[in-house]
Write a protein that binds this ligand. Structure first.
Ligand SMILES: Nc1ncnc2c1ncn2[C@@H]1O[C@H](COP(=O)(O)OP(=O)(O)OP(=O)(O)O)[C@@H](O)[C@H]1O
Ligand SMILES: [Mg+2]
Length: 392
């Protein structure tokens, strides 16, 4: 019977291993990178960044008693899962994450421990949330992530009464917990909110907050900061792309110290992201990675020139890689992952991919030339113009 990778690790007599050691042992024993990643994420205990142990973690005390909470909240923690405190945590390092763009800016803000409300705006799926999460993971800062929807209100954010063991008790909301812990409050998709989020005005000034229902005043602990992400800058979405995007009150926006514009990653960066995901899913195919990047780049340029109405995000490229790992078929993977678009867009995207795919290969399937992205964009625009001129 073949030994598992875990057994092989155990037989070395060591307890802890670096990422590299695990990958090397895996390769030496005929395993693939994906087996090593699977073992790391499912069966090993993370000691610190890049170091993993075969031993189970020492039993830790429940999170709740460590937190500055009222007795009522402790009751809530024991009795009702939905009002537990597990929303405060240090995110784990994602080995597929590639630092780029404003990552260093966000990192400096987080490390400064200053109150510096920051708003990150950019198209969907270009890594805004992941950037904040991974910056917190890197410096082991606790963070609380609040997902905003049009239904989000003061009760969800600041807290409200909950039924616990037959009693009505006040439960602090995620914003208050983040203030008490001095951690990073990530307000995700803030432009999906209604004016109900105006309850955060004082919080965005770094002021203490009065819990009206209990009379308690909560002062933000050192290190507390707010980072918001959104697809728009709070002025709605002119092109109708983000139909749920709301217009955020100007006084509310005024409380953010800075707005960071997040574009899509540069092709060289995005290629690294795609290749990391390929390694994660065990489908290393650098030719496909190269073509996917050329393809998304053409689509984005055409999108900027208003030649197509949709765009392929970094997230979508990662979805394609995942599908490719299941179906081992490039066109099927692309086809499945662009099925959310309308038929015209799907056809345009597939045509573009086919063009890129064919133009780079000879009859032996070898890359013979590098297609210039600008050439393909020009061709594609010409094709669009022809289509518009034609009566049908
Ligand atoms: N820098 C990166 N390194 C590795 N993977 C990335 C990176 N950026 C984005 N991704 C991939 O794209 C996915 C989407 O990223 P994320 O959720 O941060 O996007 P977002 O900008 O917050 O999107 P939305 O506006 O829709 O919330 C990630 O789950 C990851 O798979
Ligand atoms: Mg996000």
């Amino acid at each position: 019977m073949t030994k598992s990778l875990k057994t092989i690790l155990a037989e070395t007599g060591k307890v802890s291993f670096t990422n590299k050691e695990i990958l090397t042992l895996a390769a030496e024993n005929g395993f693939e990178a994906k087996d090593a990643y699977r073992l790391i994420s499912s069966s090993l205990n993370r000691i610190k960044r890049g170091l993993y142990s075969l031993e189970a973690p020492a039993p830790s005390a429940p999170v709740a008693p460590q937190m500055p909470q009222t007795a009522m909240a402790n009751i809530a923690f024991r009795g009702v899962a939905s009002v537990s405190n597990d929303e405060v945590y240090v995110p784990s390092v994602d080995p597929t994450y590639i630092k780029w763009g404003e990552y260093n800016t966000i990192m400096k803000i987080i490390k400064s421990k200053m109150f510096f409300p920051t708003y990150i705006a950019g198209l969907s799926g270009n890594g805004k949330t992941m950037m904040v999460e991974q910056a917190c993971a890197k410096v082991k800062r606790e963070y609380v992530r609040v997902q905003i929807s049009p239904e989000t209100d003061e009760d969800d954010l600041i807290g409200g009464f909950r039924l616990v063991n037959g009693e009505t008790v006040f439960q602090k909301g995620p914003v208050v917990k983040a203030m008490e812990r001095g951690c990073i409050l990530l307000i995700d998709e803030i432009d999906r909110a209604t004016n109900k989020i105006m309850c955060l005005q004082g919080v965005l000034e770094g002021n203490p907050i009065l819990l009206k229902k209990t009379g308690e005043v909560v002062t933000p602990a050192e290190g507390f900061n707010v980072i918001a992400t959104a697809n728009t800058k709070g002025r709605g979405s002119d092109d109708g792309r983000f139909t749920a995007a709301s217009i955020i009150d100007d006084a509310f926006l005024e409380r953010f110290v800075c707005v960071i514009d997040q574009p899509f990653p540069q092709p060289t960066i995005e290629r690294k992201i795609v290749e990391k995901h390929m390694a994660k899913f065990g489908v290393e195919d650098s030719e496909f990675a190269e073509k996917l990047i050329a393809w998304s780049n053409v689509i984005r340029k055409t999108f900027e020139a208003e030649g197509v109405e949709e765009v392929v995000s970094t997230r979508r490229l990662c979805h394609i890689v995942k599908s490719f790992s299941i179906f081992s078929d490039r066109m099927k993977a692309i086809n499945m992952c662009i099925s959310r678009f309308d038929e015209e867009t799907r056809t345009a995207f597939l045509d573009l991919y086919t063009k890129i795919d064919e133009s780079q290969l000879n009859e032996n399937g070898e890359i013979v030339e590098q297609t210039s992205v600008d050439d393909v964009v020009a061709d594609y625009n010409a094709y669009n113009e022809e289509k518009e001129e034609a009566p049908f």
